[in-house]
Design a protein around this ligand. Structure first.
Ligand code: GDP
Length: 345
């Protein structure tokens, strides 16, 4: 059990304890104040509550979505193989309870089904957009309730979209551009080159550059690993330069020397999934789960959800300022809302 901090009488610091011009008072005297334990309180509470993370996998049928998710969590979450014969794009949603040491993670994986299989692919992105919006709407409805219950609410908003690009070595398909363009303001997109073992090292570098150029020229925003927090800034900024990650998935154990590793066995050798010289799988796992999971969740809330909420409330007639551009009281804003609704009817 953790030792309880001792309660000591609080000593008020004298002026000489504050450095001139400093706005923060460092309490350096003998004695224990206790608020230095605040981070531990937060950690303990978070561990008790558990964490949740929601991943959306978008990519053609058979591109390796399920295998990669299994490889990421080193567990068999896979269900039966998807068919290529769906008349529309659909989404398969599965939630798993995972545990690593004493940390529990409620993982929701949403996968596209039948993506890229129709002759007319124009509307393929619509079910994805509708799903992402529906999760924002559910959260907004919970927020607007008088009696809210966020403690047991399962927040299903998508935190990251892994977009699987075919390893053609050529360029992005119009379906890729269209879908990413339509979802980039709603989710954090991390682009991946799938089945990267099927493309040569030289072609891969050229393909990566080509993809990034195409994304920029089409004005598509992808998620940038944050570079403003000191301990992770360097790693994140170097990883931003290596996107899209070239990944390989496999749950097969293959013998390399005396070790068993996860990999794919070919007549000419073994591709080791967790070898950074072979593919970017480890980079993806570290960036996604180890370093930036919290930032992905934060960006979902403060950027994508905020944008949805703002548009939705405006559309409903809510306003923060009156016709004179001065802030409105909540009561006044409700009166304006009622009047504008009456006018609409
Ligand atoms: P999904 O339909 O996108 O979920 O695709 P699956 O994960 O079911 O994979 C379809 C097939 O591709 C399976 O036979 C996998 O073994 C194979 N596969 C998955 N990942 C890779 C990869 O990285 N490289 C290669 N060469 N094959 C892969």
């Amino acid at each position: 059990m953790a030792e309880k901090p001792m309660c000591m009488p609080i000593q008020i610091p004298h002026d000489e304890d504050m450095q001139k011009g400093d706005s923060v008072r460092c309490l350096t005297m003998l004695g224990h104040f206790g608020f230095e334990c605040l981070p531990h309180q937060l950690v303990n509470r978070s561990i008790q509550q558990g964490f949740s993370f929601n991943i959306l996998c978008v990519g053609e049928t058979g591109i390796g979505k399920s295998t990669l998710i299994d490889t990421l969590f080193n567990t068999n979450l896979k269900d039966k193989k998807s068919s290529h014969f769906y008349s529309n794009v659909g989404l398969k949603i599965q939630t798993y309870e995972l545990q690593e040491n004493n940390v529990q993670l409620k993982l929701t994986v949403v996968r596209t089904v039948g993506y890229g299989d129709q002759i007319n692919k124009e509307a393929s992105y619509q079910p994805i957009v509708d799903y992402v919006d529906a999760q924002f709407e559910a959260y907004l409805q919970e927020e607007l309730k008088i009696k809210r219950s966020f403690t047991d609410y399962h927040d299903s908003r998508i935190h990251v979209c892994l977009y699987f690009i075919s390893p053609t070595g050529h360029s992005l398909k119009s379906l890729d551009l269209l879908t990413m363009k339509n979802i980039d303001s709603k989710v954090n997109i991390v682009p991946l080159i799938a089945k990267a073992d099927t493309i040569s090292k030289y072609d891969l570098q050229k393909f990566k550059c080509k993809i990034m150029t195409e994304l920029v020229s089409n004005g598509i925003q992808i998620y940038q690993f944050p570079t403003d927090d000191e301990p992770t800034a360097q790693a994140n900024s170097s990883m931003n330069g290596q996107l899209p990650f070239a990944v390989v998935g496999s749950m097969d154990e293959v013998k390399v020397g005396k070790r068993m590793v996860r990999g794919r066995q070919y007549p000419w050798g073994v591709l080791q999934v967790e070898n950074e010289n072979h593919c970017d799988f480890i980079k993806l796992r570290d960036m996604l789960l180890c370093i930036n999971m919290e930032d992905l969740k934060e960006q979902t809330h403060i950027q994508h959800y905020e944008w949805y909420r703002c548009c939705k409330l405006k559309k409903m007639g809510f306003t923060d300022v009156g016709p004179d551009n001065k802030p409105l009281s909540y009561r006044k804003s409700l009166i304006i809302l009622k009047e504008s609704n009456k006018r609409r009817q």
